[in-house]
Design a protein around this ligand. Sequence first.
Ligand code: UDP
Ligand code: MN
Length: 495
Amino acid sequence: GLVEGPGGLGQGGLAATLRDDGQEVEGSYEEFGYNAQLSDRISLDRSIPDYRPRKCRQMTYARDLPQVSVVFIFVNEALSVILRSVHSVVNHTPSRLLKEVILVDDNSDNVELKFNLDQYVNKRYPGLVKIVRNSRREGLIRARLQGWKAATAPVVGFFDAHVEFNTGGAPPTGVAERRRLTIPSADKDLVQTQLSAVAGRSGLMPTSLPPRTPAMIGCSFVVDREYFGDIGLLDPGMEVYGGENVELGMRVWQCGGSMEVLPCSRVAHIERTRKPYNNDIDYYAKRNALRAAEVWMDDFKSHVYMAWNIPMTNPGVDFGDVSERLALRQKLKCRSFKWYLENVYPEMRTYNNTLTYGEVRNSKASGYCLDQGAEDDDRAILYPCHGMSSQLVRYSADGLLQLGPLGSTAFLPDSKCLVDDGRGRTPTLKKCEDVARPAQRLGDFTQSGPIVSRATGRCLEVEMSKDANFGLRLVVQRCSGQKWMIRNWIKHSQH
Ligand code: UDP
Ligand code: MN
């Protein structure tokens, strides 16, 4: 059964509490995307073991650290979860360093978060906690800006309102330079922290690796208040959710600052099973990503369009007006995205020789698309079109036809390329780097034309076959004049 009690750690986290039989325990996942009832039963002041690497334990605070304002933003979070964020930051930050806690209520509906919250914090932490209430829903980007406006300390830390600070997690840690934005390492939630400690992984935390990071995964960070204003805060044209963490990374670096993860400063964060505030998160994440790409990525912005399978002309996504952000980039005399790639994010895979991208259809099989198929068998298939990652096809100037999601960094394997090895009738998928002989590439391809292998002269075609899935088999054979269509064409900016 489930072992949870005040101060205790159970088997599942707050985001995914499972019984022994793997069933989710009843709770308000629906309402919050995490188990609020469980949170209600856990002490707001529980003490948890210090999971940081051993060398962090000797760390002390420098004498002259500046004070910090800690901003928590929330919409319709469980009261006990918000309060644990507040309690834990107060409990783990030296009081001389914590100037104030600012709670930004992004127009929650939940009545408990109005009077009850006010009354609680005023009584428990008189004078320390400010509450800012938005009169309409601003989304998590502009909600942070409301918090920044209310902040008065020289340094500001921004956090979700479902976090838990631990020893060493105090936000002032590591703030040393004005142009350096710091990020505590995020632990998924405390129970997972415990598991990784048991597995010995936290002992291997990369304290010796360079802590610099090209962007943030979530959006928790600590920054000099004035510097953050000078570099343009967060993009107020971003709506609801997503993209701001990456935009800030590109901007900070390209405009002369830096972003670093602090391995000795760890904050636990509840990963939700769902986003309770919006059913269309993906749309907004996509829209915000396009804003960031249009302003900061120069000719590399095509990568964002490719990743989301959005056409570059008539994208069908209204990303709004970015002229003020472009003016900001000019004013700050920021560097190019190419500089950022070379100096900050050399691991990123780039695909600048792409000619076309998106789903590929055959005129003989309407409604079906080329698809990378099962992960491990290296056989491409035809599958009903859905336009998601397994059907993203990239056709490059050097004649490669790559199927599946584009690899993000050199640390992870890339998706594979379709080849005619000349040996049977079945095309296979191979690591693109290994398709050394251009002749093997299945890549002579024009819109509404055949896909031909230069070596064998054979074509990629669709064969009707009773024993294939959906009655359709992908083959390489003597060209019979079948036509293929690919969805999107790369558009280069004019210079
Ligand atoms: N939030 C907000 N307004 C919104 C949506 C979210 O203030 O319209 C708050 C939310 O309560 C949370 C933070 O923004 O404290 C980040 O949201 P979430 O945890 O869903 O995002 P993630 O953890 O994926 O970054
Ligand atoms: Mn969150």
